[in-house]
Design a protein around this ligand. Structure first.
Ligand code: ATP
Length: 357
């Protein structure tokens, strides 16, 4: 079989974005040459600096063109001092999420040996799936009458999005089971109080019944948040609505050592954007000391996505190999300062690339 070729739209962005993307490319280059695939990059200018130059955070042409790529790899975007006239920060990553209806955010959280988390346990390996288009964000663009006495937000849950979301959660649990996880999905909700959440739970039950080989349970969000901290090993895949997921995924990142090691993917059935959970970290930008692990693990998720869609085992094997190499380097070093090391981003990425077999 010939070598496969894939097109990657690369949005390096602002702050440490270009540094962590550079580091991930070092690892991807090695993974491609060992496992036999080529990635062709299309650099897309977008973000806060681009906004300063042009008055827009991403051009309409770029927005269209990234949809033609096999995947999008994004560094980080936005700078605290670059704001739109209404005072909000530049966030083309949110515009992309809305444009391509990326309804789910996948945020794996694994505690690696050599990284000390705040808990006593050593076994944390979970995937939080956050719905990103509705839930408690559903009314974000609602027109509101100005009021000084009361303001409401809206929680909307639709059958269509829930079915897609839960099918994705069960598919991810099945994929993870192939890699040694238990194969289990937990819904976090507030079905005892919120009617929208009782409806969400009903649809979860319907979808769970279609996947009898995968374990399923439902926990109220308050109890579930406590259990994540008290007994994180209990969880494999957690799925939940937008705002609950926003909060819970940060708890998950916190218990595995913080932003430097937290990857993510925003996906629909057709499109996907892979990016670290962290922002542009202006306080350390330009120094070459940012932890590139979150972006390298995001790049591994990207290869999984491409491999699954194209039934390409070279990408799937490369993704597994990048994860193993990253685990090895986190255990033995070199590590960056946020993980109590002294290495530069480049030293870490070269070490991980060398460990990709
Ligand atoms: P945003 O709102 O864009 O998500 P933020 O202000 O919440 O950004 P980050 O830019 O992610 O936050 O930075 C938060 C803190 O974490 C900063 O002190 C930053 O230096 C640190 N940090 C973030 N990413 C990394 C990284 N990859 N390596 C080391 N430190 C990081």
């Amino acid at each position: 079989m010939g070598t496969s070729n894939y097109q990657i739209a690369l949005l390096k962005g602002d702050g440490i974005g270009p540094e962590v993307i550079e580091a991930a490319m070092t690892v991807l280059q090695r993974a491609g040459s060992v496992h036999g695939f080529n990635l062709y990059y299309q650099n897309v200018d977008a973000g806060a600096q681009y906004y300063q130059r042009t008055g827009e955070s991403i051009s309409a042409a770029s927005m269209e063109s990234i949809g033609k790529a096999d995947a999008v790899l994004l560094g980080a975007m936005g700078l605290p001092n670059v704001r739109k006239p209404d005072g909000t920060e530049i966030a083309p990553q949110i515009d992309i999420r809305e444009h391509y209806k990326l309804f789910a955010s996948l945020r794996p959280a694994k505690l690696f040996k050599g990284v000390s988390g705040p808990l006593r346990t050593e076994s944390v390996d979970m995937l939080v799936i956050r719905e990103t288009t509705e839930g408690l964000f559903a009314g974000r663009h609602d027109r509101l009458e100005p009021s000084d006495s009361s303001v409401s937000d809206r929680m909307t849950i639709t059958r269509e999005t829930c079915e897609k979301l839960f099918e994705l959660a069960f598919a991810q649990a099945r994929l993870r089971r192939r890699q040694g996880s238990p194969g289990h999905v937990t819904l976090f909700d507030k079905a005892n109080v919120l009617r929208s959440n009782a409806f969400m739970r009903k649809i979860f039950d319907e979808v769970a019944a279609r996947h009898p080989d995968i374990g399923a349970d439902r926990i109220y969000i308050d109890a579930g948040s406590m259990m994540m901290v008290m007994n994180p090993a209990r969880f494999d895949v957690i799925v939940t609505e937008n705002v609950f997921g926003d909060i819970v995924s940060e708890i998950a990142a916190g218990i595995v050592g913080g932003l430097g090691v937290a990857p993510s993917a925003d996906v629909s059935k057709e499109h996907a954007v892979f990016q670290p959970c962290h922002g542009t970290a202006p306080d350390i930008a330009g120094k070459g000391i940012a932890n590139p692990v979150a972006t390298i693990l995001s790049a591994a998720m990207m290869l999984d996505w491409i491999g699954e869609r194209h039934s390409d085992t070279s990408c799937l094997n490369a993704a597994a190999s990048i994860r193993t190499a990253t685990a090895r380097v986190l255990e033995s070093g070199p590590r960056t300062r946020d993980l109590a090391g002294t290495a530069s981003s480049a030293e870490v990425s070269v070490a991980i690339a060398a460990a990709v077999l």
